[in-house]
Design a protein around this ligand. Sequence first.
Ligand code: FCB
Length: 459
Amino acid sequence: MSIEADLLEHRSDHRAERPLPRDFVWGVSTSSYQIEGAVQADGRGPSVWDNFCRQPGRIANGDTGDVACDHYHRFREDIALMHRLGVQAYRFSVAWPRLLPQGSGPPNEAGLAFYDRLIDGLLEVGIQPWLCLYHWDLPQGLQDRGGWEVRDIAGWFGDYAALVARRYGDRVKRFATFNEPSVFTLFGYGFAWHPPGLVDRSALHRAIHHVNLAHGAGVDAIRAAAPGSAIAAIHNVQPSRPVATTPEDAAGARLLDAYWNRAFPEPQLLGRYPAELAPLMEAVVRPGDLERIRRPVDWFGLNHYSPIYARADEQAPLGFAWADSPATAPRSPIGWQLDPAAFRDTLIDIHRRYRLPIYVTENGAGAVETPNEAGEIPDRERIDYLRSYGEALREAVAAGADVRGYFVWSLLDNFEWGAGYANRFGLVHVDFATQRRVPKASAHWYARMIRAEAMEAVI
Ligand code: FCB
């Protein structure tokens, strides 16, 4: 398609009266354990996910991240794919156990050198590297020493952050400490869906607090080693709704909201735990901790998918249970509720609460897909999703939300945690038997959209 045709299509899609900021950043996201594979290559130590995947019944189909997209060996091809997409930024995560095989102690030069190659390769084609320190692959060695339940982990994380910022801070200008702290703490310690596979309320509260302390230590370490870089944490925020209009369910939804949406941003940005959690956290919070946690940051990373639902359940360890979205709600092919208005409202709400520039670091649609006979993946539903969520973002900007970038989850189909390889979120299809990558229709759509946006910005 010609650029003029792109522009026309784009304008009819997006009504040009809702312009985005001129320096708006378009990107794609991935994470280390979900794509790298090569779990034993070049001195990488084991992570909690390597072990969790080996426990029977944890992951659909018994899948593991052992090979995943083999990105560790194929990163050059993946950079070329991004270059063809025309993205300006790539958000990835560093595997802590590749750099520090035991989590602390002597660093692994081969692991450090891998991310040198990745970062240099991105910069060569003009793509900004956005580096996230922690996307859930904790070194097993640290889990064996108590993991997130012990306070020492804040120091271990701070040392890891310093190592990363010293090594890459000359080239990386965007750092994030954690990806979705509420997901790995709540799923790991409240529901046993993620490692370490516990249902233990007081362990959950310890983990929440120590992740928050680690965030503070990480921000300080990055700031010291890479002054001038822009630092944040990445939070998943989605409306938490009661499944029925009873006061009990409403209380359950408020509690879920506190754990899911506020247990990390409020202490990190406002210096307090949410009112619902504060009494529960008293046992672990020491004098001065909230000052250690509330360190100045530069932006807010927002991951957003679907609204979540709760119902009251006095027997449940946390006092609420997860509930399904209403049967009549529109859903994606993997059953996640579609609600772009919730995305718009979340952006506006985050802007009002925290007053930081917002970058949407994850948003996207999952599906169960196979190529057609021509070898193509005509993923119309994903395009519709990206279009409607993009429109919602524009509405939020028009309403005053300071949104400065958007990253699709994900560049590639990858290891989708408990769902294994069944749920595909990529703009690019991966045949896991051959590692062949084929851009889906949505990749072509996204590339055209970015080109048209770049044209709008110079017209
Ligand atoms: C988010 C995770 C990401 C991916 C998407 C679908 O919660 O951060 O790794 O699994 O969901």
